[in-house]
Design a protein around this ligand. Sequence first.
Ligand code: C2E
Ligand code: CA
Ligand code: CA
Length: 526
Amino acid sequence: MGKNGTIEEKFKKAMEEGRIYPYYQPQVGPDGKVVGAEALMRWDDPEHGLLPPSYFIPELEKAGLIHDADLYIFREVCSFQREAMDARIRTVPISFNISRHDLLGREFVHEMEKLREEMEVPADLVKAEITESSAIGGKRLIQDALKELHEAGYTVAMDDFGSGYSSLNILKDLDFDTIKLDMKFLDGGTGGRGGVIVGSVMQMARWLGLPVIAEGVETPEQAEYLKGIGCGAMQGFLYFRPMPGAEFKELLQKAALGKIAPPMDIISTMDAGKFWDPESLEALIFSSYVGGAAILSVDGERAEYLRINEKYIQEIGNCMPQDELLRSDPFSCMLPESQRIFKAALSRAVETKDEQECETWREYNSKCCGDSRLCIRSTLRMIGSSGREHIFYVMIRKVTNEKRHLEEISESEMRFRFASEQANIYAWEYDVATKEMRPCFRCMRDLGLPPLVENYPEPAIEAGIFPPDYADMYREWHRRIEKGEKTLEAIIPLTVGRVPFHVRYTTEFDESGRPVKAYGSAALVV
Ligand code: C2E
Ligand code: CA
Ligand code: CA
């Protein structure tokens, strides 16, 4: 910061002049809808312009001013929500950041509550974020804060999950409601090691019944990957940058009217005819679209490429010239079964007028690159039709490695086992229809369970893992799961040693809402 005046004076002045305020970064769900936002503090300095928090937050913390600053942002968030409600705008929950320093004094939550009640904002419209690293030097502080925040009706996310070493331990000991997983902590992206870690975290979160928000999502590849492994919401430059309150309010208004075209869906608003005009916006977007895309015309059994962008060719990793590929028969490269799958997806796209997805194995032969067998995931949508001819927009992505990766999934499972090992957690899967239970490695090792236990939970009760006085309750749990109970938890003394464990079940449902599986975990009560 500049030379004139202490940080304290400058900060007070900036507050008075309304130069400290939040920007809002929207979070989107898997279907591209805005489901939340995070408030991020900005300091609009007359000399230096808009300052990012990394510039001044450490200074505010040092000077003991962060408490006031955070409370001020919280007030702004509440007043945003109040105005949105008054204007009957359908709003979404907004998260705000709580610094470790805020928790040192005992008053923070109390002061928040006063502000929120004054403005009559429901507690579920504001969400707290606390960074994982706040637990450094003792969990007590966060434990108490979590308790207070929960009592006041807030949900609390663990921010920056994955940045520290003790992540898993913290996760099982502290009662967070959500995890924020920052992509920037995963060097190497979603492939290779990064992917295995994300996969393990998601699995871990599922065992514990915690939703995951991914942040720092910058590429469509990351987004696709995260969606594919069941990530609930995403935040990142790919979707939206942090924006001023007025802009965010506008966005919410448009969202309510169904007007936002999320980046991945932009095609739906395109006009097929415009692709022929090289000057049109559509043509520009097409050629600079980040992924591989093609326009395909299909007339019965006959198909031809009308356009292919540069990235399409890159994606299939071939140096076949664009015009040669354009002249080729789109179906000819596909293996017979894949041809059938692709044609079925085209028919579905015509019937539903909606986006369809399929995976096809293809063989591309070229003089320069030799032969290669690839698995391509296509997302396709009909953008026009006349008579028997239909025109499709097709986006492709090579998933060969991912497919191969799936084969290596056992490796990721090993990691998960290792993870639960470290976190002192026993985990198992219960199949509702078959009453089969699959224990984690640790259960097998410590409790001598086989990899598959039939007629669960009877054998566990018989073996004395669940003591007789808890047997009926535990049997009842399984009946409740079958009836659709979402979560169950209790402290239960386990084994003949009657060691207290926090036992928890989270049920997974199929599309029609029927319970399919329940994930159980038992964490040692410390
Ligand atoms: P954070 O809580 O992890 O916030 C996310 C940061 O990632 C934000 O940086 C956001 O602008 C940035 N970001 C979002 N999407 C992307 C992306 O796709 N790629 C990349 N590279 N970055 C992305 P920002 O606004 O500079 O904030 C930095 C940090 O400052 C925050 O990290 C948070 O720890 C702290 N902070 C921000 N506002 C407040 C506040 O009101 N109170 C407190 N105590 N801390 C705050
Ligand atoms: Ca945050
Ligand atoms: Ca973060």
